[in-house]
Design a protein. Structure first.
Length: 426
């Protein structure tokens, strides 16, 4: 299994822009290089977040979160025909932001934005009632852009979801860069177009953008796929080394509203998460409104250390505006257990019941959340469902036969004894 080739010589520059103190913001520049050191994903943009949060006196306040210095870019991925590109940045006291891009033969498009803000950051949220990271997912509103064009938008763009307004401006981005050269052909956002277009007066802009969103078909009533899902290869890295490997085909059985099955498309799915000493988390984002998280833990109470799947959570989002349709979490699993240092395999279909309304079906599963060596799966422990029945049946038959022979032998011996004692007493 080939790991994600996330390029080592990532380059990130921070430029201090804007002399006026009040709107002081940093431009972020990320230049992701591929294995041959050529630029494959380039972005430079400015952003800011307005976040409504609950205070310890139970009212709501608005905080402004700006990009600070010390931005990192761990986990950014070049992407290709089969894998989405990922632009990921981390900043401040535990905040992070990422967007994935998918491509077709002609175009590319932003899919989902994942934003995590940490209310433990007392400089921004001094009196937050709830302390800790909060993650939101928003469907990107970017229209498809011609491949090999650089997308430019100087005007401000807003995205609002779940108490957070994300504000972007001075955006330059190009995923799937060819030949390592940023294109000279620009695709400008609508707001940047010359004022002949009816985009300037906000009332008209609302009218003109509304039909484009309602044109897309409703997302929740998708025709159910009957065929099994394609199997995907996913991996996580810690630094330069692969620390988690997963091969799996995933299907969701959603019973909410109209029951339906959703196959996770590995071609558009990106893997994210974290490897740890005692816990490993694999988060999959199918780039199309489905997010699945798997949490593995070590069982330290056993005499020989094992690992198992402890938690699965699934978030289904509305296609059009990224609002959460359902959020299911079950942290009481004790599945997929295997000895530490080995991998767990189950080719047959398995069902993980998250709650009454949601099941996750897995196919061709092969997983190793801990102690991955040299980018390869270690010896696999196979699930019982996979075990060869043709191999078990002869053993069972053999055991039954052996048991019968012993039984016959014992009754023969007992019979002989009885008859011998019988002779003696006469
Ligand atoms: C996943 O990896 C296996 C080998 O580890 C390979 O045979 C298979 O083609 C890969 N699948 C994809 C979709 O890349
Ligand atoms: C796409 O990228 C992934 C990871 O970087 C790699 O494993 C895969 O082989 C690539 N596929 C193609 C068609 O280049
Ligand atoms: C990539 O290019 C940079 C400068 O352009 C250079 O410093 C670096 O050593 C190169 N890395 C590799 C692996 O070639
Ligand atoms: C709320 O938090 C602030 C900052 O930590 C603290 O000064 C204040 O006393 C707290 N108020 C209440 C009602 O807990
Ligand atoms: C968002 O705001 C609403 C109230 O407007 C509140 O009920 C909810 O808990 C908030 N969500 C988060 C994640 O802060
Ligand atoms: C956006 O970028 C342009 C040129 O790159 C610059 O002149 C302008 O000041 C920037 N706008 C903001 C708000 O920083
Ligand atoms: C990349 O290079 C190839 C071969 O050198 C060329 O055919 C192609 O047009 C180039 N693509 C771009 C976008 O420059
Ligand atoms: C996204 O999901 C919808 C509904 O679930 C489906 O019709 C569509 O084909 C999916 N798009 C992609 C690119 O997988
Ligand atoms: C989907 O879930 C429902 C409710 O739990 C169940 O009745 C149904 O059999 C499941 N369908 C499949 C294909 O597993
Ligand atoms: C699942 O739970 C983990 C840990 O609580 C969280 O980090 C992650 O964002 C959740 N994922 C989804 C898809 O809800
Ligand atoms: C951990 O291992 C112990 C000893 O083998 C076992 O009794 C226990 O059920 C395991 N815990 C889980 C959650 O699998
Ligand atoms: C998203 O759209 C759905 C239906 O299309 C609607 O019910 C929901 O309120 C919308 N959410 C937001 C945050 O706009």
């Amino acid at each position: 299994m080939e790991p994600r080739r996330s390029s080592p010589p990532l380059l990130l520059l921070l430029l201090l822009l804007g002399a006026s103190g009040f709107f002081q913001s940093y431009a972020v520049e990320v230049d992701v290089k591929d294995a041959s050191n050529a630029t494959c994903l380039y972005a430079k943009w400015m952003m800011r977040f307005l976040i409504k949060y609950e205070t310890n006196s139970s009212d709501y306040k608005n905080a402004t979160l700006n990009l600070s210095s010390g931005v990192t870019h761990n986990g950014s991925v070049c992407g290709n025909d089969t894998q989405a590109a990922l632009l990921a940045v981390q900043f401040g006291e535990g905040h992070s932001w990422s967007i994935n891009f998918t491509k077709t033969n002609e175009t590319y498009q932003g899919e989902f934005i994942t934003f995590t803000y940490n209310t433990n950051d007392t400089a921004v949220f001094p009196d937050a009632k709830r302390k800790g990271p909060i993650t939101i997912f928003v469907k990107d509103t970017m229209h498809p852009v011609q491949l090999n064009n650089v997308f430019v938008c100087h005007n401000t763009d807003f995205l609002e979801a779940e108490n957070v307004t994300q504000i972007f401006w001075n955006v330059t981005v190009q995923p799937f860069v060819q030949n390592g050269t940023i294109s000279k052909k620009e695709s400008r956002c609508r707001a940047d177009m010359p004022t002949s277009a009816p985009t300037v007066p906000p009332t008209i802009a609302n009218v003109t953008t509304a039909p484009t969103t309602t044109l897309s078909p409703a997302p929740t009533t998708a025709p159910k796929p009957v065929e099994n899902p394609d199997t995907g290869n996913y991996s996580l890295k810690s630094g330069n080394t692969t620390c988690l490997l997963a091969t799996v085909g995933l299907q969701l059985n959603v019973s909410q509203d109209k029951p339906h099955l959703i196959n996770v498309n590995p071609k558009t799915t990106t893997a994210d998460g974290a490897c740890g000493n005692t816990t490993a988390t694999l988060k999959l984002n199918d780039g199309n409104s489905t997010l699945i998280g798997f949490t593995f833990v070590k069982n330290t109470s056993a005499s020989v250390q094992k690992f198992y799947l402890k938690e699965v959570n699934v978030t289904l989002l509305n296609h059009l505006n990224g609002s959460v349709i359902s959020n299911a979490d079950n942290s009481n699993f004790s599945e997929w257990d295997a000895f530490l240092g080995s991998s767990y395999m189950c080719r047959k279909e398995q069902t993980l019941k998250i709650n009454e309304d949601l099941q996750v079906h897995t196919f061709n599963l092969w997983i190793q959340p801990f102690l991955v060596k040299a980018n390869k799966f270690s010896t696999a422990e196979e699930c019982f469902a996979d075990s060869d029945l043709n191999f078990l049946i002869p053993i069972a038959v053999g055991m039954a036969l052996g048991f019968l022979i012993i039984l016959v032998f014992i009754s023969y011996v007992i019979g002989r004894r009885k008859s011998r004692t019988g002779y003696q007493s006469v």
